[in-house]
Design a protein around this ligand. Structure first.
Ligand SMILES: [Zn+2]
Length: 255
């Protein structure tokens, strides 16, 4: 029996999966990745995720607005959608801060305002936040702490351990994508982060073990094995810990 793993961040609504989505889900299930949190970047994704979750019981939908969408009207619409559909959603995401793509101070301010609305919503609805932060690790963590955010997943965190530490102390979780096999930064981060704050994800179709190849939820196993190797632990022990962490964040009734 393979270990049981949950891919906590994937974009399975992406059209690159249209031709073979069922096979992709089956391949993942065959290695024990039998549940997948599917995040959204916009309203079309969010609607699609709900529809996909009705067809595939392995998929658990999240709704959010990708941080490079500096569109307050789109944010209003997404907030209304999440309020309306919250009982069918397992998380708000992906949302966050991206200071790599957004560099102008006024634009960063809009990005923060939109992020702020999703943080408030997460607290109000008691839903986990699935957070993207790029070149903004320290800012994102400080902002989340300032706002009193509680149920937190930092996805594919690109900062250093120093930037992550206040988040670890606050009980936030960090999800590790398969691209860790080719990222010194992520390997270093995992070495320093306690196992008790780690989750696995794939960010499919990107962040796979090889650049330029479509990533799939089956590769959550690659993340698991790399964490085990870095921490000199048995993959099974890591799988158990990661599952427990995932249940702590998302709820024991769900996973
Ligand atoms: Zn993503």
């Amino acid at each position: 029996m393979p270990q049981k793993l949950i891919d906590t961040h994937a974009h399975l609504c992406d059209p690159v999966f249209d031709a073979d989505r069922s096979l992709v889900i089956e391949r993942a299930r065959n290695v024990g990745v039998d549940k997948i949190v599917i995040v959204s970047e916009n309203m079309a994704d969010a609607r699609r995720n709900l529809a996909l979750a009705r067809i595939h019981p392995e998929l658990f939908p999240a709704a959010g607005l990708y941080p490079t969408h500096l569109d307050v009207t789109a944010a209003d619409e997404m907030v209304a959608f999440i309020k309306k559909e919250h009982t069918r959603l397992v998380a708000i995401g992906e949302v966050g801060l991206d200071f790599w793509a957004v560099r102008e101070p006024e634009e960063k301010e809009i990005q923060k305002q939109i992020f702020c609305r999703f943080i408030d919503l997460s607290l109000k609805l008691d839903l986990p936040l699935n957070v993207h932060s790029r070149s903004a690790g320290r800012h994102a963590v400080a902002f989340l702490l300032e706002k009193g955010a509680k149920r937190l997943q930092m996805h594919a965190f690109d900062g250093k351990f120093g930037a992550a530490m206040p988040a670890v102390e606050a009980g936030f979780f960090f999800s590790i994508p398969p691209s860790i096999v080719r990222s010194r930064q992520k390997q270093k981060l995992v070495k320093q982060l306690p196992l008790s704050c780690l989750l696995v994800e794939t960010d499919s179709p990107v962040l796979g073990p090889n650049t330029g190849t479509r990533n799939e939820p089956v590769n959550a196993v690659v993340s698991l094995e790399m964490i085990a190797q870095i921490k000199s632990l048995q993959p099974q022990a890591v799988a158990e810990a990661v599952l427990e962490n995932t249940r702590q964040l998302y709820g024991k009734d769900l996973f």
